[in-house]
Each structure stands twice: as C-alpha cells, then as structure tokens.
Design a protein around this ligand. Structure first.
Ligand SMILES: Nc1ncnc2c1ncn2[C@@H]1O[C@H](COP(=O)(O)OP(=O)(O)OP(=O)(O)O)[C@@H](O)[C@H]1O
Ligand SMILES: [Mg+2]
Length: 483
C-alpha cells in the first residue's frame, strides 16, 4: 500500500506572468519538487493530459483557455490531478466556481511561500489517499472475482460444518466463523452465501485488518463527495454494494473499537449513513463475520465490544485446525493434487499412499492453505507421475518422517496441553524434562560421564551443570573419575 513517504512531487505551474512562475518555481524546487512551466491555458491542458502531474497551479486568467476551463476539461476527462486556481482578485464567485469544478484550493495573489507549502502538503496527502483507495478498489475487485472453489473434507468436524452451513444458509442469521489462519473461514462464508437464497446477489468481502482504520469507515458505509481530503467523488460503500446479498466482514477482531459501535448501530437499525452524510439509507444485507482471534479474550482485554460479539455470534461456526481433523488430509491432498496437476505438472499426477501417511504426520501450522501450497510446490518441483514423501521434504527440517516425536512436536504438545488445561504452572518443568533431559544425558553419554568436558561442550558453568543434574535426578554413566 502506498502510504506516505514519496515526498517529491511533479508540479505544473501555468501562469502568463513570468514573476509568478519564477516565485512558484523557486518555492517548489527549494523543497525538492520538480516543476514544469507553461504560459497559457492550451499548453497547460496539453501538459496535464499527456503527463502525470501530482499538482497543478493554474492562473485563472491566461491567454486562450482560462484556468477554470482547463480545470473543467481535465475533470470531464476523468483526471483527478489536484489543481490550485490562482487569481488576482478574491471574488466569491470565482472561488465558488473553482471549488465546484473540483479544485483543491483557490489562491489569491499575492500569496506567501507558507501558503504554497501548505497546499503542496495537502496535495501530497490527497495523492497518498487516492493511491490507497485505488489499491483497495483493486483488492476488492480481486475478492469479488467469482471463485469456483469447493469446500471439501471427510472428517466428522467438517461434516458438522457442512450441515451447519446448510442450516444457516436459508435463514438470515448472523454467523461468526472462527479458526486459525488458513482453515477455510472465507471458503465457509462463500459456501453460506452460495447456498442461500441470496446466491445470485453480490458477495462482498471487507478485510478489517487490511484496510487502514481511517479509511475503513468510508469503505464500509461510503462517503459523500468532499467528506474528507481525497474524497474526490462520492462512494457507495461496501454495505450498500452488497445490497440484497452477503457482506463478509473478515478479521472482524481487528476492527477499531470506535467503528465497532457504528457497526453495531447499523446492524440494529438496518440503516447505513455515509461519512459526511446526513440521510441514513436502509440496506438489506446479510452479515457473515470471521476472525482468527479469540473474541472472548478480546472482550476481556477491552478490545472488542461484548454487545457486538453477541450480535454477530448468533450462530458460531468453529473450524478446527487441520492437525485436529487428520481425516481431511487425504481428501484435501487428493483434491488439490487433482485440481492443480494439469496446470502445474502437465500430467495426471497422483499422490502415493505412503505420502499421504507422511502428510498426516506433519502438524500443519498453516492449515489447509499450507497443505494447498505444499501440493502446488511438490507438483512444480517433481517430475514423477506419483508424488513421493521425498517431494515434501521442504515441509520441515529433515523431512516429515518421525516428526511425531521431534523435540519441536513434544514442546508444542506441552504448550498446547497446558494452555488448554489452563494450567501453565507445570509447563516449565515439563519443558525442562523434554528439552534439557535429553540434551544433558546425550552430552554426558558422549563425554562418558565427564562433567567438566560436558559443561565445556554445553558452554555452561560446571556448578550449573551439577545443579541441573541433581534437579533432574540424572544418573551419570559412572566411568570417569573426575568427581
Ligand atoms: N475445506 C476446504 N476445502 C477446499 N479448500 C479449502 C478448504 N479449506 C481451505 N481451503 C483452501 O485453503 C485456502 C485458505 O482458505 P481461506 O482463505 O478460506 O482460509 P481463512 O481461514 O480465511 O484464512 P486466513 O485467516 O488466513 O484468512 C484457500 O485457498 C481455500 O480455498
Ligand atoms: Mg481469510
């Protein structure tokens, strides 16, 4: 996203008075901007339509086209370049006319350099906002592209989710989908929409984590023209774009708390008021939300409104992590292999039974997305017709074999268990058991019980080592006589 920092701008100065062009050029170049000069309206329009400028100063009275004419033609051609109209007399009519035609501002001669810098700054923030809005629109277009992805799975938990999707689809009840990243929350939201009576109406996604908070309100509820710097034209907002359909609010847990209050009001009243507008409009939208966060915890931490949580979570759908529904791994792996084989390996690649076993042993921290990407990668890299376990060696250090009992897995199990049992008091002890015991006894075996060498190898003090051995009650292989 194009926030801030490109400070230097390309500026057009159009005035028939040499002295004004000179003063502006000096002021702008001294701040590091690039300046092009022209002395009449036609040349100004030419320059502005054939080159990209970040800002233009247009004298209102020039030979040929006036500054206002240039501005008008520019805007009717769809250009949003910020324009400052310069005038010798301060008349209300001219000022009103300039602003109505979409000028950034109206500057009266003689003007100060401070005024010029202030205008340049405003044009910069406009440019940045426009850039952000453009990026967001592009992103949104991406997310509106119809996807022919299917939700597949054969585990009991997915089966329950399929049933739930069917039940909630036909009624307009708020659904909150939770689950770790990559578990398929967005896909479930799409499935609900596709199975609902609204399926021929829009499915619109807004990701609250991906949009800067100051833009999120207008993204959702729209804005009137000129509601804030950069609001060149009015905007409908995603709520109204989703009219008759489904609005998917992704990463709802990342929505700023002030905006949560506004969202709650919209959900209660069914009415949306655009930023800078006065008249609320009724919208018929089904709202589905998702988050990877634990909203209960966010409520306790004061980051999420409890009333909003109740409102959104009329029906909760929790998607378990992939490692807890290993029955889905075969189905998904075969589905992805089949789906991408043609495109990525140019043949009808299969996946071997032993490979599936191996994939079951991995714990998939990135969930289904990680599995999908792993299969794509294996398809690209392997030249065989059948994917073997070795094609997935990149998944973990040393491959997948026997990862079940790797130290990482054991540590992970302990951390997970103590968190889910809500008992972290024993965690340290368990981790020491898991990590330090094998470390110490292996090194001691290697030094044949010699603690001095063991301490040196481990880079710790010999007394520290002795204390640890006592704590862990490790028996020394009694061969050495260093004690
Ligand atoms: N059950 C499934 N069947 C088929 N594809 C799936 C399934 N679950 C997830 N996927 C695929 O995995 C990828 C990640 O899914 P999705 O984007 O829905 O996850 P998410 O939970 O929204 O993740 P994040 O929290 O990172 O946004 C997508 O490409 C999606 O198509
Ligand atoms: Mg998502």
């Amino acid at each position: 996203m194009n926030v801030g920092d490109e400070r230097d701008m390309t500026v057009l100065v159009a005035d028939d008075e040499d002295s004004i062009r000179f003063v502006l050029r000096e002021a702008l170049e001294s701040e590091g901007h690039r300046v092009n000069e022209v002395a009449d309206g036609e040349s100004a329009l030419d320059a502005l339509t054939s080159n990209q400028f970040d800002l233009a100063f247009l004298d209102i009275r020039m030979p040929g086209l006036s500054g206002l004419d240039v501005l008008e033609q520019l805007r009717s051609g769809g250009s949003a370049t910020p324009v400052v109209i310069i005038t010798a007399q301060n008349t209300m009519d001219n000022a009103v006319e300039a602003m109505k035609r979409g000028a950034l501002d109206y500057l009266v001669k003689p003007f100060s350099l401070a005024q010029v810098s202030a205008l340049v700054e405003r044009a910069q923030s406009t440019r940045n906002l426009q850039g952000q809005i453009r990026d967001l629109q592009r992103e949104a277009e991406g997310s509106r592209r119809p996807r022919n992805e299917r939700l597949v799975g054969s585990s009991q938990s997915l089966l329950e989710i399929f049933k739930l999707v069917g039940k909630v689809a036909i009624r307009n009840v708020p659904v909150l989908i939770t689950g770790e990243s990559g578990t398929g929350k967005e896909l479930v939201a799409q499935a609900i929409h596709a199975a609902s009576p609204r399926s021929d109406r829009p499915f619109v996604t807004v990701n609250a984590a991906a949009i800067p908070s100051e833009l999120l309100e207008s993204e959702l509820f729209g804005h009137e023209r000129g509601a804030f710097t950069g609001a060149i034209s009015a905007r409908l907002g995603r709520f109204r774009e989703a009219s008759g359909g489904t609005l998917f609010l992704d990463e709802i847990g990342d929505m700023p708390i002030e905006l949560q209050a506004k969202l709650l009001r919209v959900l209660q009243s069914g009415e949306v008021t655009p930023v800078g507008g006065r008249d609320p409009a009724f919208v018929d939208v089904r709202v589905v939300t998702a988050t990877h966060r634990n909203l209960e915890e966010s409520v306790s931490a004061g980051l999420f409104r409890e009333d909003l949580l109740y409102r959104l979570r009329v029906v909760p759908i929790e998607i378990p992590p992939l490692r807890d529904r290993k029955d889905d791994i075969r189905t998904l792996a075969e589905y992805f292999t089949h789906r991408y084989a043609e495109e990525l390996s140019e043949k009808d690649t299969q996946i071997a039974e032993t490979t599936l076993d191996h994939l079951r042993n991995y714990n998939w921290p990135g969930n289904v997305r990680e599995l999908e990407n792993a299969i794509k990668r294996a398809l690209v890299l392997s030249s065989a017709r059948v994917l073997s376990p070795a094609d997935f060696d990149f998944l973990a250090d040393g491959g997948l074999s026997d990862r079940k009992n790797s130290i990482e897995d054991m540590v992970e199990r302990h951390v997970r268990d103590s968190l889910s049992e809500n008992d972290v008091n024993n965690l340290h002890r368990r981790l020491i058991e898991t990590v330090e015991r094998p470390m110490l006894s292996t090194v001691l075996k290697f030094t044949e019980g010699n603690q001095i060498r063991a301490a040196a190898l481990l880079g710790i003090n010999r007394n520290t080592l002795r204390k640890k051995l006592m704590e862990l009650e490790i028996d020394l292989p009694r061969k050495s006589d260093d004690e």
